[in-house]
Design a protein around this ligand. Structure first.
Ligand SMILES: [Zn+2]
Length: 112
């Protein structure tokens, strides 16, 4: 796969995620619907908010990761480990285009 195809794929995912993040934010701000009057329903709606907030956070983290990958593709550092500068193997970077570390450094970081 060519780098420009990866970039297109990332951009497409970014568009999807940004649309989702927009929907989640509108939901959290109650721009779509008012809180239910019924207290029991309101409780259910608020605990649902926690789920949506978590989803919103995850979506934004993913957006940041993809923006970072696109930026690295554009500046030519994509596919290099940010820790040790080694080339990230093609199989890994194509499977995980947002990867910033080679397997060795990623392993070190995971172990702390
Ligand atoms: Zn490394």
């Amino acid at each position: 796969m060519e780098v420009h195809e990866v970039r297109l794929r990332l951009k497409a995912e970014l568009d999807t995620l940004e649309a989702r993040a927009g929907r989640l934010t509108r939901h959290l701000r109650r721009e779509d619907e008012a809180l239910p009057d019924d207290w029991e329903e309101r409780g259910a709606s608020l605990s649902n908010d926690e789920v949506i907030e978590a989803l919103d956070l995850k979506t934004r983290e993913r957006i940041d990761a993809i923006n970072g990958a696109i930026k690295r593709i554009d500046d030519g550092s994509w596919g290099e480990c940010m820790q040790c500068g080694a080339d990230i193997p093609a199989a890994r970077i194509l499977a995980v285009p947002t990867a910033r570390l080679c397997i060795k450094c990623a392993g070190k970081q995971a172990r702390g």
